[in-house]
Design a protein around this ligand. Structure first.
Ligand code: HEM
Length: 155
C-alpha cells in the first residue's frame, strides 16, 4: 500500500508540467515582472496588470521607468545594472519597499524581492521581481503611528 502511495505521489509530482508552472506565474495575484539585461520588460503577469493598471501588451517591450517615480529612477538603475554585473543582490530575501506609479497616475506602496536568472556560464541574463501592493497596510500603520504620537503628547 505504502509503495502504491509513493508511486502515486511520484506520478503527481511528475504531472506538474510546464503548463501548470506557466499558469501559476501568469495568474498569480502577486505581480511577477521579468526584465532583460537592458531593463526591458519581458514578462508581465496578471498580478502586475491588476496592481499597476497596464495590460500585458502595453507593458512588454518597455523600459521599467513607467512604474518608477522619477526621483527613484537613478537609484533603481544604478542598483539594477550593478546587480546585473555582480550577480548578487541584497533583495533576494529582504524586501525592498518603495512607491510605485500606476497607469492612472497614482502612487502606491509596494514591497518586493528579486530573483536573478543566470545562464549556464553563470552570467546574469535578467531579473524577476515579485511585488505586492501594501498601500492599505502602510496607511493603517501611519494612522496608528499618528494616534500613538497624539496619545504620547497628551500623557
Ligand atoms: C515601482 C517600481 C520600482 C521602484 C520605485 C524601484 C526602485 C528602486 C530603488 C530605490 C533601488 C535602490 C535600492 C537600494 O539602494 O538599496 C532599486 C534597486 C533595484 N531594483 Fe528597483 N524599483 C522598482 C522596480 C523594480 C523591478 C520591477 C525590478 C526587477 C524586475 C527591479 C530591480 C532592482 C534591482 C535588481 C535593484 C538592485 C538591488 C540591489 O542593490 O541589491 N526594480 N530599485
Amino acid at each position: 500500500m505504502l509503495e502504491f502511495m509513493e508511486t502515486m505521489m511520484a506520478d503527481e509530482t511528475a504531472s506538474i508540467g510546464d503548463g501548470i508552472y506557466k499558469t501559476i506565474v501568469e495568474d498569480s495575484p502577486v505581480a511577477v515582472i521579468y526584465a532583460d539585461e537592458g531593463g526591458v520588460v519581458r514578462l508581465w503577469n496578471r498580478g502586475a496588470e491588476e496592481i499597476f493598471g497596464w495590460k500585458q501588451e502595453e507593458a512588454l517591450g518597455r523600459s521599467m521607468d513607467f512604474i518608477i517615480p522619477e526621483k527613484y529612477r537613478v537609484r533603481h538603475w544604478e542598483g539594477y545594472f550593478r546587480t546585473m554585473k555582480t550577480g548578487t543582490t541584497k533583495y533576494g530575501r529582504t524586501l525592498l519597499a518603495v512607491p510605485g506609479l500606476t497607469k492612472s497616475g497614482g502612487t502606491i506602496s509596494i514591497e518586493f524581492n528579486v530573483l536573478l536568472l543566470k545562464s549556464a556560464s553563470g552570467a546574469t541574463v535578467g531579473i524577476a521581481a515579485f511585488l505586492m501592493d501594501v498601500t492599505a497596510r502602510r496607511q493603517k500603520d501611519m494612522e496608528l503611528r499618528k494616534r500613538i504620537a497624539t496619545l504620547e503628547a497628551k500623557s
